[in-house]
Design a protein around this ligand. Sequence first.
Ligand SMILES: Cc1cc2nc3c(=O)[nH]c(=O)nc-3n(C[C@H](O)[C@H](O)[C@H](O)COP(=O)(O)OP(=O)(O)OC[C@H]3O[C@@H](n4cnc5c(N)ncnc54)[C@H](O)[C@@H]3O)c2cc1C
Length: 370
Amino acid sequence: MKDAIETDILVIGGGMAGIGFAAALGEGRKVLVLEQERDLAYHSTGRSAAIYIRNYGNGPIRALNEASGPMFKAESEYFPHPLLTPRGILYIADGARAHEIGKLAATSVGVEEISADAAIAKVPLLSPYYVKAAAFEADAQDIDVHALHQGWLKKAKGQGASVLTGQEVLRAERANGSWQVETMDHQITANLIVNAAGAWADELARRCNVAPVGLQPLRRSMAVLPVPNGYDAAHWPLVDEVTEDFYFKPDGGRLFVSPCDEDPVDPHDAFADDMVLAEGLHRFEQAVNMEVTRVERSWAGLRTFAPDRSPVVGFDGGTEGFFWLAGQGGYGIQTAPALSKFAAELAENRTPELHHLVEPLSPTRFNEGN
Ligand SMILES: Cc1cc2nc3c(=O)[nH]c(=O)nc-3n(C[C@H](O)[C@H](O)[C@H](O)COP(=O)(O)OP(=O)(O)OC[C@H]3O[C@@H](n4cnc5c(N)ncnc54)[C@H](O)[C@@H]3O)c2cc1C
């Protein structure tokens, strides 16, 4: 016999999206968050590069980035330490792609072109034979992802939300105006399902007899290397090849290097592909004065995108009581403050402050005829 639970709002997924949404709801609603893993934030949220870049992503993403920036600094009750710390991002290009630097600076806010020499002065590991053009975005910041997630978790629980881990949603049915949701141990009655299932969001929709919207998880990998002797990387910015061939950033005395892979995969517990890492590290080696002799460890995570690379947020067009909060791609941490608020406002039938994003993010944009 399964344990019966009744709730008003059932949030499925305990990553940044689900926990941020639960925190943004405020008091007065009965909220339950379900997570299939034993630990929250085990998937994409726990595997990010933890960076805030205002000029990263398409138009709707940039609007969310801009709105989120000041919000990272609010709510000191839950975040006693700053969530953002200065990092900066240095865009570099070789001779063949030097023209891309000017294009980037022209279409961004706060990105200044600098000389190749100035770039190498910032990051002496860079090779003068490679770097022919560069630009710097001073406003890019490191995000304390763990503190953000934990702070929102504390806030959500303080407002009365419950969280159950190790409970995968197996199936759900809508009948007589409410959902019957089944996990291994529980039979849950809910008025509203919030789909914050990350890479599994389309799969979760199918389990609820809701049409998927066409989300695609793309794998992204990261290698951890020792900083070569003689360099102090602590204050280096993140260095990004301007067309996203690779990027690297210092972290805790190590270099995190990503090949910027975007390989389509089914949702799963992702791990790095050795060949993808090797090819990416080869591209990285062309740009720096070091040979990669040892990879200390590596990981991969899934960045899940809708076909137009904008998030999918709002009530489903075909099924009552089903709300999407998915498709955050490679921006789900830096957009989380504004996106959580936006989603909570919509789910509670309030007009979002960012009302111009309702249509571009709506799941109904994928319905036939639109
Ligand atoms: C290598 C890498 C670097 C990145 N760097 C950045 C960055 O610098 N800045 C940035 O903003 N973003 C970055 N991202 C993207 C960011 O990590 C994601 O957009 C964000 O974490 C998505 O959060 P989420 O809560 O939607 O997904 P997740 O954290 O994956 O959470 C979804 C949860 O739903 C659960 N779930 C799924 N199905 C079920 C079910 N049936 N029942 C119960 N639970 C279920 C899963 O177990 C999972 O825990 C990066 C991602 C990767 C992989």
